[in-house]
Design a protein around this ligand. Structure first.
Ligand SMILES: Cc1cc2nc3c(=O)[nH]c(=O)nc-3n(C[C@H](O)[C@H](O)[C@H](O)COP(=O)(O)OP(=O)(O)OC[C@H]3O[C@@H](n4cnc5c(N)ncnc54)[C@H](O)[C@@H]3O)c2cc1C
Length: 390
């Protein structure tokens, strides 16, 4: 790397920005890494508004491998991210994920299962009897069974974001409050960023980790990204009937999903085709009452009596080409790196993404080849298939 390019600016300090800063400064403590975050409270960041689920159950080999690495990292996150003896507690609860299928979906499920098993993942096919025995509140009528991953689970996403931030800072990264309003360029090279305050930060590399705002940030450098901010809602209910054991993240063929939250509430989400595009964070009680609750109570009849405790809305950064990560250097603009378009599965991808970007920028060998997510496929309109998107 030339001296000039050793200054790296990361736009966005959510989980992707933090993980990237951590791996960069871990690989080369002499780098000057600046993370610019417009809202250090993370009120609207997807990372802190997510369902915080981590799963091995994907269909694409690379997405499975990314999660395998996440499992490794999250298991040792506390000690690895400790700063001056202070260990983050991410409360990783491996309470399982259960993907349910009807007869039409069963063949596909068996194919993904085969891929997952060939990579050494712990996932099994459960028939309806086994599912009902484990989770007696479920109504399996019309379903062929499901794939159960006992190692999948959920965690405290805010603690992960804060863990990366604290450790990256300790390793020398600077976190700055500010809004990037322009990616600066010189010809076909990136040259830094300009903030809303007017301050300019020169850099040889800029990483776009702006989540749902990624397309807006990229556009300032003349780069068009197919990344839409799509509103997704989560509801929390207190049910009259309490399940005897924690319910795994359970995903119905319709896409409705729910799980037990720490403390015994049930969290529910459902990505629907009419979810609006835009920066709207209002959650909609009527949507729960009219659509989500009836569908949930059909599958778990005991949940027909429940108190709606709260809800929230966050944004998926949806890659409209194929729903998968856009990861790597943008063709035609040297030094402009992207970690975008993670839709509903970015939290679990942050460790592998941060490590991959650091290797790419520093010219190191890759521990895991993620070149399949190269942004070139965007310009060539070449989607890659992943059927395990929620
Ligand atoms: C409801 C919901 C449920 C989800 N469930 C899961 C799940 O169970 N498992 C999973 O793995 N993933 C899940 N996700 C997806 C996951 O949350 C995201 O993919 C991931 O958090 C993306 O991280 P990020 O750092 O790219 O984005 P963010 O966390 O949004 O961070 C981007 C940051 O960039 C900042 N920013 C934007 N523009 C600028 C600018 N111009 N200047 C400075 N800063 C800027 C923002 O303030 C923000 O903090 C879910 C998302 C939602 C909304």
């Amino acid at each position: 790397m030339s001296e000039k390019s050793r200054d790296i600016v990361i736009v966005g300090g959510g989980v992707m920005g933090g993980a990237s800063a951590y791996y960069l400064t871990k690989s080369d403590p002499a780098l000057k890494v600046t993370v610019v975050e417009k809202d250090p409270t993370y009120e609207f960041s997807s990372s802190t508004l997510s369902m915080a689920n981590i799963r091995i159950q994907f269909s694409l080999k690379e997405n499975i491998q990314i999660s395998q690495y996440a499992f490794e990292v999250l298991d040792r996150f506390g000690p690895e991210m400790a700063v001056k003896g202070d260990r983050p507690d991410i409360a990783f609860r491996r309470e399982g994920n259960l993907f349910l299928y009807d007869r039409d979906g069963r063949d596909g499920a068996e194919t993904y299962l085969k891929t997952q098993k060939s990579l050494g993942c712990e996932v099994d096919w459960w028939d309806p009897e086994k599912i009902v025995k484990a989770f007696p509140l479920y109504n399996l009528e019309g379903l062929a069974g499901g794939t159960y991953g006992p190692k999948d689970g959920h965690l405290d996403a805010y603690a992960v974001v804060m863990g990366y931030k604290a450790k990256a800072r300790d390793q020398g990264a600077e976190f700055l409050k500010g809004e990037v309003v322009r990616i600066m360029t010189e010809g076909r090279d990136v040259s830094g960023v300009e903030l809303a305050s007017g301050e300019k930060i020169p850099a040889g590399a800029v990483i776009n980790c702006a989540g749902a705002w990624a397309a807006k940030v990229a556009r300032t450098a003349g780069v068009e990204l197919p990344v839409d901010p799509v509103k997704r809602q989560v509801f929390a209910i207190d049910t009259a009937v309490k399940p005897e054991t924690a319910l795994p993240l359970t995903i119905l063929p319709s896409g409705l999903y729910f799980r037990t939250e720490t403390g015994g509430l049930i969290l529910i989400g459902w990505s629907l085709p009419d979810d609006p595009v835009g920066f709207d964070f209002n959650w909609d009680r009527d949507r729960f009452m009219e659509l989500v609750w009836p569908a949930l109570a059909e599958f778990v009849p005991a949940f027909d009596t429940a108190k709606l405790v709260r809800g929230w809305a966050g944004l998926y950064a949806v890659n409209t080409l194929d729903g998968n990560a856009i990861l790597g250097q943008w063709p035609g603009l040297k030094g402009f790196y992207l970690a975008n378009g993670f839709s509903g599965h970015g939290l679990q991808q942050a460790p592998a993404v941060g490590r991959y970007l650091a290797e790419l920028i520093l010219g190191l060998d890759h521990a895991l080849d993620l070149s399949i997510f190269n942004p070139v496929r965007i310009t060539e309109k070449r989607p890659i298939a992943e059927t395990g998107l929620v």
